[in-house]
Design a protein around this ligand. Structure first.
Ligand SMILES: C[S@@+](CC[C@H](N)C(=O)[O-])C[C@H]1O[C@@H](n2cnc3c(N)ncnc32)[C@H](O)[C@@H]1O
Ligand code: SF4
Ligand code: SF4
Length: 363
């Protein structure tokens, strides 16, 4: 991210009374080459959107519009974002403009696009277990050795602390986390565990994959211990588990995706209220879209939400909303960003002790 861009954007936000969106998520393709059991994109052949190849110029224009609006951060997502060969060009373009860029990826193609992903401010590689058999069972592909090999290669080209391991967690892989935390510590990476939650798309849900009752408590307390054992390398929002227990977004914790996080689809269209449900879509320029009465009306409903939002606990809208809803969580997010994680020092952590072969962190 460029500091000049940051300062100019901050000024635009202040002048607008902090009403502007400050993040965007570009789904570069909805296709995927993995089959994760908990993910809506994991169903083979469900999303075939090859026309994204023709939309290159439209996406560059959208990035220009995001920069003109003063959006600080752009996340490239999917499906698997690197299945779109244009993605690395979008990353270079956005980062050249000064936006802070990030991208989650399953890691299968990061070696092929190593120079491109080296430009990301934050590269997030999704690895939810270092046990190859469990990884294959959860992610639908025996890809762990290749992904680890790709990761080691890419790490030679970028600052390690700007690389994160994303781990979707449930009871099946909870006790694999200390090994992942140790892996992260040895390479100076960040481990970001996130509880598996149901993700709705266009009103459709996969079979229930969420944590329930005591499982939520178990995951929360185990993660707390893990963070205490690995204070520099494990990050998650403590409040997320309270939010999860309370059933996700609702009037007590509104979803700010409609007003703060712009969803851009592979064809360049902007969708509202969110990336997961479309009540409005348009190819018009961003400033025009956000001036429309229809869009203002959708945004005005984000405090009460819609029926389809019931139970929604999706991670990226949660992070954006945490920032907007609570100054304490905004501070926690800032500290997370600087890798100053709350949590006490290690001292016989059960999280580390429960994991065979992984010692208690002495850092
Ligand atoms: C939807 S994927 C898209 C990017 C890329 N394909 C990947 O796997 O990183 C983004 C992140 O969401 C996580 N994820 C997918 N479904 C999830 C779920 N139901 N609960 C929690 N995290 C989930 C993935 O593990 C990944 O870290
Ligand atoms: S989590 Fe990522 S890799 Fe797995 S199915 Fe979903 S989009 Fe594909
Ligand atoms: S809570 Fe937010 S992200 Fe979830 S479905 Fe509703 S508008 Fe979309």
């Amino acid at each position: 991210m460029k500091y000049r861009y940051l300062a100019k954007s901050a000024w635009k936000h202040l002048r607008s009374g902090l009403k502007r969106p400050y993040m965007a998520m570009l789904e570069t393709t909805l296709m995927c080459n993995m089959f994760c059991g908990y993910c809506i994109f994991g169903e083979e052949g469900k999303f075939n959107d090859l026309d994204f190849r023709a939309r290159r110029e439209r996406i560059f224009q959208r990035i220009d519009e995001l920069a003109a609006m003063g959006v600080f951060a752009l996340s490239f997502s999917g499906g698997e974002p690197l299945l779109n060969p244009n993605t690395v060009d979008y990353i270079a373009y956005a980062s050249g403009k000064g936006l802070w860029t990030s991208m989650p990826t399953n890691g299968l193609l990061i070696r092929k696009y190593a120079d491109g992903v080296a430009r990301l401010d934050m590269l997030e590689v999704s690895i939810d277990s270092l046990n190859p058999a469990r990884f294959a069972r959860r992610r639908g592909l025996n890809g762990l050795p290749k992904i680890l090999d790709n990761l080691e290669y890419v790490l030679k080209k970028r600052k390690p602390f700007a690389t994160q391991i994303n781990a979707a967690v449930n009871m099946e892989n909870l006790y694999d986390l200390p090994e992942l935390a140790e892996f992260a510590k040895q390479r100076d990476l960040v481990l970001a565990p996130e509880a598996v939650h149901n993700v709705m798309r266009g009103g459709k849900l996969l079979p229930d994959a969420e944590l329930h009752g005591e499982e939520i408590d178990q995951v929360e307390s185990y993660l707390g211990e893990l963070r205490a054992a690995y204070p520099k390398n494990v990050r998650f929002y403590s409040h997320y588990y309270q939010f999860y227990r309370q059933g996700g977004f609702g009037p007590q914790f509104p979803c700010r995706h409609p007003s703060k996080l712009i969803s851009v689809k592979p064809d360049g269209s902007v969708h509202l209220p969110c990336a997961f449900m479309t009540l409005f879509k348009s190819q018009a320029p961003l400033e025009e879209i956000f001036a429309l009465a229809e869009v203002k009306s959708i945004i005005s409903q984000e405090t009460t939400l819609w029926d389809f939002c019931k139970g929604c606990k999706i991670g990226c809208p949660y992070e954006v909303s945490a920032f907007a809803n609570s100054s304490r969580l905004a501070l926690e997010s800032g500290l997370n960003f600087l890798r100053i994680f709350p949590g006490k020092k290690a001292g016989g952590s059960t999280a580390a002790a429960k994991s065979p072969g992984v010692g208690v962190d002495s850092a």
